[in-house]
Structures are given as C-alpha cells and as structure tokens.
Design a protein around this ligand. Sequence first.
Ligand code: IFM
Length: 472
Amino acid sequence: MTENQPRTFPADFLWGSATAAYQIEGAAAEDGRTPSIWDTFSRTPGKVYEGHTGDVACDHYHRWQDDLDLMAELGLEAYRFSVSWPRVQPTGRGPAVQRGLDFYRALTDGLLERGITPALTLYHWDLPQELEDAGGWPVRETAERFAEYARIVGEALGDRVKMWTTLNEPFCSAFLGYGSGVHAPGRTEPESVLKAAHHLNLAHGLATQVLREVLPRDAAIGITLNPAVVRPHTDSPEDRDAARRIDALQTRIFSDPVLHGAYPADLRQDTAAVSDWSFVRDGDEAAIHQPLDFLGINYYNPVVASAPSGSDVVARNDGHGSGEHSPWVGSEQVEFQMLTAERTDMGWPIDASGLTDVLLRFSREVPQLPLYITENGAAFDDKMDGSGAVHDPNRVAYLRDHLSAALDALEQGVDLRGYFLWSLLDNFEWAYGYSKRFGVVHVDFETLKRTPKSSARWYSELVRSGSLPDRD
Ligand code: IFM
C-alpha cells in the first residue's frame, strides 16, 4: 500500500464518542442525587487541582439535548455514557429514584431519535458515599449492592439500550482509589487494593448474571478494561520480571478471572507478603467468569518497566515519570522508564503501536470475543484563537496514528467492532480538574459554551467516509 492511499474501516464499524457521568453532568445535588466518593474527594483540600469539583462540570444534565444535537450534527453513530449510581439509587441501597431514571430514559430516547446507538456503562467511578462509609470496594457487600443497582438500571433501560458495560477501568477504582490514593476515596492501603480489585471483579460477575436475567436476549454485555501495555526496558531477566509484575497487577488481576475464571498464580505469589487472598471465597472465580459479548479496551499509552536502579522516587500513578518506583503492592521494586519524547498534556508518551499490541494480545487470548476500543484520545493545551476557533492539529495527529494502529490490528484479523473517542467534551479530568482538555469539543467553563475543535470536524469526516484521510 502506498503511504498516502486512504485506508478503509469495515462498513459496519461503529463510530462513537465517550463521556462519564461525574465528568460532565453537574447537577450534583439535584433531583435526589446524593454525594458520591468523587463529591467528597473533590471537596477535600489538596486532592483535586485548584479545588475543582463536578458540581457543574459541563452542565450536561441540563444541556443534554444540545449535546445530542451536536453529536448528530457530527454524524456520530454511538455514544458511550455512564449512569450515575447516586442519581438513580441514592446512598446505594433501596429503591430507585424515578427522576434519576427519567433522566437516562430521556437521554437514551433522545439518542435513539437521532439514530445514535446508546452504549451504557453502569460504573464509571462514582460510588455512593454511603457505600464507601460502609467500607467501599474492599468490602464484599459493595459487590452485592452493585448487582442490585444493575437490576434497577437493567429493568429501567433494557428496552432501549443494547450495549451494556458493567465497569469502566476497575484498575483505576482499585489501584488509584485504594493504593496510590490519587483518586477517590483516596486511601493508601496495600491489602485493600487487592480486596477492592476482587470485589470489583465480583461485582462485574454478579451484575452480568442479573443483566442476563433482566435484559432482552439481543442485549450485548461486556466490561471495559484499561490493560497495561507494559514493555521491559531491556531483555534482561530482571527487566522482564519487572514487566511481568506490572502486567499481573494492572491487567491480569482483572482479565484472568473475568475471561478465564482464575487469578494468576504469580500475582498471588508477588503479593503474598500483604495478603493470603482469603477474601476470595469458593465459587467467586466461577461467578466472575461469565460469558461476555464483547471486551472494551481503553488505550492511551504504553509503559516501560525495569528492575530498580537505586532511585527512591515513588510514581504518582501509573508510571509516566522516569526512574520512579511503582506504587503498587507486590511491585514496589519495579521502576518505570520514560523513553518516548513526544507527550500529551498529561505527560503521557505518544506511541500508537501499543494499541495494535493490546488488540492483538486479547484477540489471541479470547479469539471468540469481539473487541471495542471504548476509549482513546489525548489531552492538549488547546487555545481558542481570536476568531473563536480551536485548532488542535496535535490531537488530529494522535487520533490519526491510533486509528491507523487500529487498522493494523484489523488487517491482522482482530475482530474489532468499533471506536469510542475520549472524549466528546472537555470535562472534569479527575484529580486534574478542568486543567486538562480531552474533548474534540471545547467547553468554556465560564459560559459552558461548546465549540467543536478542528479534530471534531476531522473525526466527523472520518465517520462519514469510513476511511482514514491523509494527514492534514
Ligand atoms: O478521563 C478519563 C476517563 O474517565 C477514564 N479513562 C481515562 C480518561 C483520561 O484520563
């Protein structure tokens, strides 16, 4: 193939964008919604950039019709959003709140009216604060509560939503929430990380069983993981062992029980000093291992792992700094290295080849399971010019390279069914507040005005044509 020849995606490839409830909705105290762990965390001094909160965010709760019109205007075919647990089941227990469910009914109807496929995620990190007060994810009951919540949402929206995802990136919920503490609820407890990971897996398994009961047969159920694409710094046995440890902790701790029904033996061994894993009860691994209809993969960047070099700096989260130790239990001696010069505004290295690698990995591991890229995108320091336009050629280049990497995987036989760009809108980027912009649509956080960036137009053209245009 010559370099400039357009490359084409399959005709039925699903093109969408993604967001999450706490990051865009706002209306934090309206219509019966109670606080989530993110409401509490963002109010805790020093936890989120300049004390930003999701109180207003993009005000999507009130502006959702305009946002849907914008998606329709861009020609997007699918929209991945999450349901706010404390909005539909305040406090995480008991009956649903009708007004909360009505919001998501209206949203999904609005999508369907515009010919946009709704793709619903049940949990994108906003645990009701009362469940955290009762112990949070390290406690088994939270998984049981989640299955009850899944029933509420499944019964309410099963007639209109055909694509269901239980959890988004359980790695972040467990490891950033209970390990490094940079995400809500901000705890730093080595054994709690493992318990949280297990109860998130169990929540996925129990909720999947409930959804199978209450959803129509044609509904597709999956989970979204953010597998680490981890490369050993060198080919030495020590560096390869470092990469293995990170792979076990960031990826296989979720993918092995979910896809194969058992925790990896090396993971149990690596973490034996902090836990005997007695929180895994007989039958749990089987309960987690439910038949799925797809696997969602979120990819942003690879990481490079090496044996220790003597540095005593601990990484903030997942290894984007160089020469920093892993903050994760069982891998404290592992160091991360930064080899790629090109970075996004998050400081994350830009390397699209990792996307091909992760798609090939899971395509080989579970060949029968269709894959979706449920998130991919980049933050850049976008500026509005004098004419009110936002040009973001660096984001266009990022997207183009990553979609080209997705095509590489498709051409090698990967059953990749769709792509959800992160994100539709600039939004609340967790501990970074509103300081990082991932959207293809610019949001002015003073006026809440939306302005499609040049990347939105570029993506729209890609969705229309189904082929990857030449670099512009
Ligand atoms: O904004 C997040 C999203 O909520 C989960 N995946 C990664 C994104 C960028 O950090």
